[in-house]
Write a protein that binds this ligand. Structure first.
Ligand code: 5GP
Ligand code: MG
Length: 178
């Protein structure tokens, strides 16, 4: 369970890059001319969001929200708090949420509900990874990168107690125990 665990590559930077290209192409097709607001869920999605927006060469805005659910370690506390809320209104706007990973679905369904109350004209979700086997709350992922195994992942923005976010690949920690 420690930050000294050795990361093993699950998805290489090349695989991620190709997938981000694909996702960006789909998003470009759907959102061109609509001036959407992309909402990056901090902190984990910041690397993915940064790579994605640079492939969307059309007018859009970027916002950030920060939620807390996991706290320290690998298990979610189940209690979600908005640590940093939106800085601008989303009423009447096309909103696309950018998330790193959907696990039980608790966090993202809470956020989607929170955003829906603010009356966007459309609300969609783009997630780089999906731990589908762990789902407890149903979630529709409109743009999905990879379905991943039930392992604790780090790298490409994902952390374990704030470590490993800098890794360019998505990795599994070797002594993976729950
Ligand atoms: P959920 O509420 O869907 O169970 O959890 C979603 C959040 O938990 C994600 O946004 C992410 O911050 C965190 N999370 C879930 N699985 C992993 C994982 O394998 N690695 C890391 N670093 N974070 C995870
Ligand atoms: Mg986290």
């Amino acid at each position: 369970m420690s930050s000294q665990s050795k990361p093993r590559v699950l998805l290489t930077r090349a695989e991620i890059e190709a997938k981000v290209d694909e996702l960006a192409a789909a998003i470009r097709r759907d959102y061109l001319g609509r001036h959407p607001i992309l909402i990056c869920v901090l902190k984990g999605a910041f690397v993915f969001a940064a790579d994605l927006v640079r492939r969307l060469n059309f007018p859009l805005e970027v916002e950030f929200v920060q939620l807390s659910s996991y706290g320290e370690g690998r298990e979610s506390s189940g209690k979600i708090k908005v640590e940093q809320s939106l800085r601008s209104p989303i009423k009447g706007r096309d909103v696309l949420v950018i998330e790193d990973i959907v696990d039980t679905g608790t966090t993202i369904s809470f956020l989607l509900g929170y955003l829906r109350k603010r009356k966007p004209v459309s609300l969609k979700l783009c997630a780089l990874t999906d731990k589908l086997s762990r789902r407890q709350v149903p979630v529709t992922i409109d743009y999905l990168g990879f379905t991943v195994p039930d392992k604790f992942l780090v790298g490409y923005g994902l952390d374990l107690d704030e470590n490993f976010r800098y890794l360019p690949d998505i990795c599994v920690l070797e002594d993976n125990v729950r």
